[in-house]
Design a protein around this ligand. Structure first.
Ligand SMILES: [Zn+2]
Length: 364
């Protein structure tokens, strides 16, 4: 259902009988569930509407309740003086999964993942009912969506757009967002991104940073990306800011530890590595080298563990294989890395792990 159509009406109905006229904005509450104490759980939503018809875009954070960078990105955007819409409307939801957010958790109180429950059912589980409400009241009103996430607990992610590039609308958003890395994948069954796109509302995910933090450089990257998308939809007047290059990743692989031990890292998120390049050295607690873990192919480091203590089979880093014909060396040359946003993001994410040269004395 297109909201472009709805936007042509003089006034749109929001929720609970509230209305929003063209050219105005407001804060609203979406009834999403009820607490153990029978209190209605209401999700705060900011809606900003131009006086001209145009696309309606949803922007969601904390669908996983512990992933707060998206919340920080949306809060920064709402304060941004450049966010004056030329046309269309924006539905901004800093915390979508309020029940999980209240518990500082990825999951709902019944331990289910809301981001596997879409499009949901009015008679299903807690997650399924909430998903249904979000789908009917938010997704169905929108033409496009951007869902903001972080890595899972004890990991960090380099800013990456995840998108199903076989969908032209999704591809448009993914390219416009302006992350260096676009990971081409359909998304898990029941995820907001996948089900919204399937229902005719092209939606992308941005991944960046860690849980339980609002990281300044990730916020900057997210704000830049959202504004780039709105600009590409002709909804904003601001300048588009692009990275030095973009690469589409078709295949990813978690590199795992072969032995239990304590890791010395040789890479940070965003690094471009060549096949065989050391990623981490697995050592005993007294610093004796057990093994060196190398890159299985030319790749970009999409994410990595921040916890150096590791068991056999546990993930060390997530690599995105560079496309055929793209060499790590060439990509490094394209990267100016002279104080630009990508460099600052990589440095700040890398500052949460100790990185040493392979075989260096300091690694002991
Ligand atoms: Zn997430």
């Amino acid at each position: 259902m297109s909201v472009s159509r709805r936007a042509s009406e003089k006034t749109i109905r929001v929720w609970n009988g509230e209305e929003l006229s063209p050219g105005s904005s407001g804060d609203f509450w979406l009834d999403i569930s009820e607490s153990y104490s029978s209190v209605t759980v209401k999700v705060p939503v900011h809606i900003r509407r131009s006086d001209k018809d145009g696309p309606t875009v949803f922007l969601t954070g904390a669908l996983h309740g512990d992933e707060l960078n998206g919340t920080g990105i949306i809060r920064a955007l709402l304060r941004d003086p450049e966010l004056r819409l030329r046309k269309g409307a924006l539905l901004a939801i800093p915390v979508l999964n309020l029940l999980a957010f209240e518990r500082h958790s990825r999951y709902l109180p019944d331990r289910r993942d809301l981001n596997r429950a879409f499009p949901g059912s009015a008679t299903g589980t807690l997650a399924s009912r909430m998903a249904r409400t979000i789908f009917d009241e938010v997704v169905a009103r929108c033409d496009y969506g951007i869902d903001l996430h972080t890595a899972a607990v004890r990991r960090t992610n380099y800013p990456t757009v995840r998108a199903d590039l076989s969908d032209p609308g999704v591809g448009l958003l993914a390219n416009a967002f302006g992350c260096e890395v676009i990971q081409n994948c359909g998304g898990p069954k029941g995820s907001l991104r996948r089900e919204a796109s399937k229902a005719g509302c092209p939606t992308i995910v941005m991944e960046g940073g860690e849980v339980w933090k609002v990281e300044p450089d990730i916020v900057e990257a997210g704000v830049r990306g959202v504004k780039n998308v709105l600009r590409s939809l002709d909804m904003l007047d601001c300048n588009t800011q692009r990275p030095d290059y973009q690469v589409n990743i078709e295949k990813t692989k978690w590199v795992r530890a072969d032995r239990g031990g304590f890791l010395h890292f040789h890479i940070i998120p965003g690094d471009i590595v060549e096949k065989g390049q050391p990623l981490a050295t697995n050592t005993t607690l007294l610093g004796r080298e057990q093994s060196v873990v190398g890159a299985p192919f030319d790749a970009v480091v999409l994410g990595m563990t921040t916890l150096p203590a590791i068991n056999p089979g546990e993930p060390i880093c997530n690599l995105g294989r560079l496309p055929k014909g793209t060499r790590a060396f060439d990509l490094r040359q394209l990267r100016k890395r002279s104080g630009d946003l990508e460099e600052r993001v990589a440095e700040s994410l890398g500052s949460s792990v100790l990185v040493v040269e392979p075989n260096s004395e300091s690694s002991c």
